[in-house]
Ligand binder design. Structure first.
Ligand code: UD1
Length: 417
């Protein structure tokens, strides 16, 4: 099993490049199932989640190729609408193939999805949407089947602006008969990226990025080429690292507009963030002000950045409160940070963080993907050596993280334990 070892306290300084967005590319890969032919996705990060998604498509009969961050997917040979249980259970986002397969082939059988252990994460909103479009859903032990010879457009109100449900329903509605309205839709930048790729494939979509998305179904879609948006969570993680280490990073391939809430919180903490043409310049500060943070759907503060802010607040001058409203069990990193001398108490959905002068290196776990990023930030700013296990979680979402951070001064390496 591999571990990450970090010798803390090295100055973080230099230029770092952000990869394409994991959360954008996974639905884009699913969207290729809506057409027959070869789609190409540029700036695709090479991550274990991308590999898993490609293996799901290969199982279904597609051919995938990857070179120089260009992913090509040939969907001409699709032969199955039953998905591989082991792969789907590994990653929750694999559930995004349900909408495309149902819309294109009229039938799909899915194993129940897996993913990071951050709460119950039901899929009821996806299923309610498919049912509203005329699908018959049956649920058996460990699997779900959906059937609809032809989906029909519908007015769907989402009780919560779920990212995955919005994406799944957008894809299904693109090939449904007639118009669909998704009301209270998620507004994340990844939704807009998916809408752009679907439009390039010939779909008729309006309103992506707002809370009401209108989709007029078309009879078929064509293959397309698309470039993935930069990963706002990777960018945000590097920004927090610069801030917490008192260092300075020029971070390229960033759409700063996607990070407004994160930048606002860093500035409130006393960190200098300058926005440039294609990136941001972050200058850390020895005296971090405490913050109150509440996670919310976009454009609110992202739940995917909550864990990374904790090591920063753990060394702030005063008490901070972080409230998690999107997922119910997303404080697993707190116990790990406590091992590093952080003073954090959980009170229901909130964590109260009393700043300490230093974090200390320890043996910790990456309990989920973003918690893993938090451990890396904590390890870089702590006194002494930090060893992180279960790093497979980190490899799901951060491309070449150790090489990238070593290049800006971090004393970080991966070792075989
Ligand atoms: C996506 C992101 C994930 C991010 C999350 C919230 C991807 C691949 N993953 O996950 O990194 O943390 O958005 O920004 O893009 N819910 C239901 N019923 C449903 C669907 C969701 O109750 O049918 C609930 C979930 O349990 C959760 C909340 O809605 O509490 C948000 O989930 P959702 O927006 O769907 O997240 P994902 O698409 O899984």
């Amino acid at each position: 099993m591999k571990k990450i070892v970090i010798e803390g306290g090295a100055p973080i300084r230099g230029e770092i490049h952000v990869s394409g967005a994991k959360n954008a590319v996974l639905p884009l890969i699913a969207a290729t199932l809506l057409t027959e032919g070869v789609c190409t996705i540029d700036e695709c990060p090479w991550l274990s989640d991308v590999d898993t998604m490609c293996r799901v498509l290969t199982y279904l009969g597609a051919k995938t190729g990857f070179s120089d961050n260009r992913l090509s997917i040939d969907t001409c040979g699709l032969k199955s609408v039953a998905t591989p249980g082991e792969l789907v259970r590994k990653m929750r986002a694999s559930f995004l193939i349900m909408g495309p397969l149902l819309a294109r082939f009229g039938k799909v059988r899915m194993s129940l999805p897996g993913g990071c252990a951050i709460g119950a994460r039901p899929i009821d909103l996806h299923l309610k949407g498919f049912e509203a479009m005329g699908a018959r859903i049956s649920i058996g032990p460990g699997y779900i089947e959906a059937e609809a010879p032809k989906l029909t457009g519908a007015h769907i109100y989402l009780d919560f602006p779920s990212v995955g449900a919005t994406e799944n329903l957008m894809m299904a509605a693109s090939l449904a008969e007639g118009p669909t309205i998704i009301d209270n839709a998620a507004q994340e930048p990844e939704i807009v990226d998916l809408s752009n790729m679907l439009s390039a494939m010939g779909a008729n979509i309006k309103g992506a990025g707002t809370s009401i998305i209108r989709i007029n179904g078309v009879s078929s879609l064509r293959p397309a080429m698309h470039t993935v948006i930069p990963d706002r969570v990777e960018a945000g993680s590097f920004m927090v690292l610069a801030a917490a280490s008192g260092g300075e990073l020029i971070i390229s391939n960033v759409i700063a507009e996607h990070l407004k809430s994160v930048i606002a919180k860093l500035q409130e903490a006393g960190v200098v963030v300058e926005i440039g043409y294609d990136g941001v310049h972050v200058i850390g500060n020895e005296h971090i002000h405490p913050l109150d943070i509440k996670t919310l759907p976009y454009p609110g503060f992202p739940t995917d950045m909550q864990a990374q802010f904790m090591p920063l607040l753990a060394i702030a001058k005063g008490a901070s409160v972080v409230t998690e409203t999107v997922f119910e069990n997303r404080f697993m990193h707190v116990a790990e940070l406590q091992k590093m001398n952080a003073d954090i108490k959980i009170d229901g959905h909130s964590a109260v963080i009393n700043g300490v002068s230093r974090l200390r290196g320890a043996e910790v776990s990456a309990t989920d993907l973003r918690a893993g990023a938090a451990m890396i930030i904590a390890g870089c700013i702590a006194e002494g050596v930090t060893t992180i296990d279960h790093i497979d979680h980190i490899q799901r979402g951060y491309e070449n993280i150790c090489d990238k951070l070593a290049a800006v001064g971090a004393r970080i390496k991966t070792v075989e334990s």
